[in-house]
Design a protein around this ligand. Structure first.
Ligand SMILES: Cc1ncc(COP(=O)(O)O)c(C=O)c1O
Length: 414
């Protein structure tokens, strides 16, 4: 029945059971483990013969409610909520790849993902090849003998490039590998990965899904499209045999998620479930204010360039319009003459906050080259689209005129 509700209704009611004593919010089940009144009952739960929770590292009722809601919103078949967006990406990737395998990744991914793939996973024998996700020829040629996953962000953070996801899905299908989308920046409100042909979606729920910067979280949604029985994935064979199309989620939950231990705290799942209720309203405002601010900056004499897919002169406007239904998100980047000017601008802001996050109700700015990307070489920064004069903005939902006014007065001081 729930699948029939519209998106905005699912944001509020999806996966929500009536609470104790008529409670209308999901109960925070702050319990590490769950007791059963017989040894047989606990054995049945462990063996999957009856539903139930065992231990919060593996599953928790508060977290499960959020998993159901996110799965409904993405029109997936199953979901796993994790401690953070990075936990979601690590868990999903380690479920699919083994030592000797390779990820074909967009080069314009979030810095943490770049370093996970390039540094952390490579020291365990999982390789990565970075390609420009908007260069379909390069992506096609990047698929090698050992490639087992194609990974892209729906809008690159902070490069702001927009890949043609349906075309990438086609390449993945031909190569018989799954396409995993990091849809943190777009959320299911702007586009559902399934409609674009993806096989798996990951989110940092710390951003727009939470909406007020009050909890870190992540999620993996299995869209149920990929055949895990293929010869490239022999390690899935027992899971395909036992769980069929749920093989990915079964291997993730029973093995990698359980063993890595990056589970969500029940309190955070509660905060995320509260936050997501207003996602549609917030995203609408984020998008309209970001377009307004981008247009203002585009005309400002002190601004060298603006990167926002909603601007008519953006090379990504066409594909973004098609993929995201005329919505372009909250993130934009712009260039001032140099790093000193960028610092002067940030220091002069009165309303926007200078911090390392996106997706908050508040307008946020950062100078990525000196902060989130400070450990990368100039070549790596260039690959990620990060230059010294670049300022990244996550446009909030304050009164749009106040946001523009704050930027205008700060630009005067550049
Ligand atoms: C696109 C994207 N993916 C993943 C992450 C990592 O998420 P988290 O900070 O929740 O681990 C971030 C964080 O900024 C992000 O922007």
């Amino acid at each position: 029945m729930e699948k029939k509700w519209d998106f905005e209704t699912l944001l509020i009611h999806g996966g929500l059971e009536p609470g104790p004593a008529g409670a209308t919010t999901v109960p925070i089940v702050q319990s590490s483990a769950f007791a059963y009144d017989s040894a047989d009952a606990l054995e049945d739960v462990f063996r999957g013969r009856r539903p139930g929770q065992v231990y919060t590292r593996i599953g928790n009722p508060t977290t499960e409610s959020l998993e159901k809601r996110l799965t409904l919103l993405e029109d997936g078949i199953a979901g796993i909520v994790t401690a953070s967006g990075m936990a979601a990406i690590s868990t999903a990737v380690l479920t699919i790849l083994r030592s000797g395998d390779e990820i074909l990744s967009s080069s314009s991914v979030f810095g943490g993902t770049f370093s996970l793939f390039r540094d952390t996973l490579s020291s365990y024998g999982i390789g990565v090849r970075f390609v420009d996700p908007t260069d379909l020829k390069a992506v096609r040629e990047g698929v090698g003998e050992r490639t087992r996953l194609l990974f892209v962000e729906t809008i690159g953070n902070p490069k702001m490039d927009v890949p043609d996801i349906a075309a990438l899905a086609e390449i993945a299908r031909e190569a018989k590998i799954p396409l995993m989308l990091d849809a943190t920046v777009t959320t299911p409100w702007m586009a559902r990965g399934k409609d674009l042909g993806a096989d798996l979606v990951v989110h940092s729920t710390s951003k727009f899904i939470n909406g007020s910067g009050s909890a870190i979280g992540g999620a993996i949604i299995d869209l149920g499209r990929f055949d895990w029985g293929g010869e490239k994935y022999p390690h899935f064979a027992p899971f395909v045999k036992k769980f069929g199309r749920f093989a990915f989620t079964a291997r993730a939950r029973k093995l990698v998620h359980k063993d890595l231990g990056a589970c969500a705290a029940p309190m955070n799942s509660f905060l995320l479930a509260e936050g997501i209720e207003t996602l549609a309203l917030r995203m609408e405002r984020h998008c309209s204010s970001a377009l307004r601010l981008a247009s203002f900056l585009r005309e400002h004499p002190k601004v060298r360039w603006v990167n926002y897919p909603g601007l008519p002169d953006s090379p990504f406007q066409d594909i973004a319009s098609r993929q995201f239904g005329g919505r372009y998100g909250a993130l934009l980047t712009f260039g001032l003459p140099d790093k000193e000017a960028a610092f002067r601008f940030i220091n002069a802001l009165r309303l926007a906050r200078n911090l390392a996050n996106i997706g908050d109700a508040k307008t946020l700015v950062i100078h990525p080259a000196s902060t989130i990307c400070c450990d990368y070489t100039p070549e790596e920064k260039a690959l990620m689209g990060v230059t010294e004069e670049l300022v990244r903005v996550s446009v909030g939902i304050e009164a749009p005129g106040d946001i523009v006014g704050d930027f205008a007065q700060a630009l005067e001081q550049v």
